[in-house]
Design a protein around this ligand. Structure first.
Ligand code: SAM
Length: 239
């Protein structure tokens, strides 16, 4: 998968993607990141990328031309068609289903705004979709882009040591993940639940499912409305 970043600070996202699973995905050739700085496409001695907003008011707005030129340069660098996404608090809120969908694209171009945002005409002309990472405002789109890079990188085939671990993660089946334990079995903070050492895979699977359902019910009951629950799941929830 190829991801192009249109950003005044593309190195910021590259740094976030340099470690752990995402870093390894890059080393294995499962993900390639390319930065395009609109300042490199700005004109004049000062290479301006922003201007005051028409109508007055605080802050600056990112100019159309440097952004458009950067997007065009990114598109031209590879013949694979790209989906252009503007990271924006006004976009649809990112969730795991969306991450899965994005991870299936061969190529994404992530546009990171700064200041008050980007000229609306650029969004209308060049952007396929706006995505928010939550109902709060960041100072720039780079952190949001880094979130997408991380979340889609770990879903690339071969990125995780054990592909099953992604399938068992929270939200994949609509529920929160079960709790996890490792050595030692006994600790002053408590014991590991006996079922996990029983070697009985059916019992372990049932216990994990119960825990997932219970946690989701306690912490995120809203998810239960959308999750595909079996009759057995419903029985466990009603108990
Ligand atoms: N004036 C804009 C508004 O209220 O919708 C906010 C601009 S914000 C200070 C600057 C940039 O940060 C945005 O252009 C966007 O790229 C990014 N950004 C801020 N919050 C975000 C969020 N929750 N999700 C994704 N991107 C965000």
């Amino acid at each position: 998968m190829r991801i192009d970043l249109i950003s005044l600070f593309p190195e910021f996202v590259a740094q976030c993607a340099a470690f752990g699973v995402v870093g390894r995905a890059g080393e294995r050739g499962l993900l390639s990141l390319h930065g395009w700085n609109p300042r490199d496409y700005a004109e004049g001695n000062y290479r301006r990328v922003d201007e005051r907003p028409f109508g007055g008011g605080p802050g600056m707005v990112m100019l159309i031309e440097p952004l458009r030129a950067a997007i065009r340069a990114a598109r031209a660098a590879d013949p694979t068609p790209a989906r252009v996404i503007y990271m924006s608090p006004q976009g649809a809120r990112l969730d795991q289903a969306k991450v899965r969908e994005l991870a299936g694209h061969e190529r994404l171009i992530l546009l990171c705004g700064r200041y008050e945002g980007v000229d609306e005409r650029l969004i209308q002309a060049e952007v396929d979709e706006e995505i928010s990472i939550g109902d709060y405002v960041l100072s720039g789109g780079e952190l949001a882009a880094a979130v997408i890079v991380d979340a889609v990188a770990r879903l690339q085939e071969g990125a995780l040591g054990d592909a099953e671990s992604a399938v068992q993660d929270s939200f994949e089946d609509g529920l929160l993940d079960c709790p996890h334990y490792t050595r030692p079995v006994e600790h002053e903070l408590g014991s590991v639940p006996a079922v996990l050492m029983s070697g009985n895979h059916a019992h372990i699977a049932k216990w994990r499912r119960q825990q997932s359902l219970g946690r989701t019910w306690q912490r995120r009951p809203d998810l239960l409305n959308e999750a595909a629950l079996s009759k057995a799941d419903r029985k466990l929830l009603d108990a």
